[in-house]
Design a protein around this ligand. Sequence first.
Ligand SMILES: [Zn+2]
Length: 432
Amino acid sequence: MSQLFLLVTLVPAAMMLDFGYHSNKEMERYLLRVNDSNPDIAHLYSIGRSVAGQELWVLALGRSPRRHVVGVPEFKYVANMHGNEVVGRELLLRLVDELVAGYRANESWSLQILHSTRVHFLPSMNPDGFDVADSNCYLSQGRFNRNGVDLNRNFPDAFAERREERDPERAAREAEVEVRAVMGWLRTETFVLSANLHGGALVASYAYDNSNGGGELVGRASLTPDDDVFVHLAKVYSHNHAHMHQGETCGDQPPFREGITNGYQWYPLSGGMQDYNYVWAQCLEVTLEVSCCKFPPADRLPVLWTDNRKSLLAFLRQVHLGVKGRVLDASGAAAPNAAVEVSGRRNISPFKTDRRGEYYRLLLPGNYTFTVRFPGHQILTQTFWVPYGPDGNSALTHDFLLRRAVDTSSARCRTAATWPLAALAAMLALYG
Ligand SMILES: [Zn+2]
């Protein structure tokens, strides 16, 4: 056996990423190399193609990279949806590199993440925009997709004035291909937590980005029923970042207290991706603005990586907040599409179990009352304490075991009659 062969087999294959900007082709080659060299933990797949026909590559890392495992949450990082905001794209490639290298070197931080979570990386949602991006710090050349559309204004919006813009099915048919690809992706897995990386500011911004002046509007902010969780998530990022929490300003922008903001309070926008994730896909997503300059010189990338490394990892671990488990029907089988609601949190679209009967609910430590509804079964209400999960790399596991309703027909009526008024009101507001 030659020395060269030994060297090639012993050096982790992923540790080949240089600091610098990578073209779409270079990025593709790198992701393929990670995939081919690490079949036990890596799985490269495409969620679709851009307008110009470029693949929208996603790399999944985890102990079961190709398929979901019950109890293992799905997490995602998305970058470069604005083609000229390029730092996030390189940060994600760097994070992939370190996670794989750490796993190969048996480092506990990487083993803990990849044994407890499946992490999906979409380093570029807008590769066509990237191809024409100007390296100017503040201008928007390359921001849009090939059709000149801002992808972060192109998702169905629960607060949109026009009814058709609220309808996920209809809006999906009319959306740009990159947006449709992400919407389709969200249907393939129940993503629990996500971040969407941008540039041009230094702040962690959380839902809602929009409002129609309803009960969500509190002062100048548009607050979700899970505002406490969103504020926590945003602070986890800003306080683990080298200086985001200090509320530094970029140019003439106002300072952000603790480096976080409610999206609407910063500036309202319609058709954003984070609201769509939360409202329609029950995935809590935070928008991370990771550099004042959208396209900084390549020699700034090592510092930007150092600034963001700890926060990227800390945010990822928050996927273990709260409680997870399954809803089982009276025969012990998985109950798909069962509503699992938390008292005091009136979600526009109630959180439901997936096809495996699984649910995930990100919650801060506390005592919570859960109500579970499934056709033909008695409504189940339980109250219990939810501890802080991220330190132990797991949310609390709690299965809900349902009992069959005595009389199925009357139980159906009862279910309809006791459906929370808030949910009914929200649905009327949406579709009325
Ligand atoms: Zn952006």
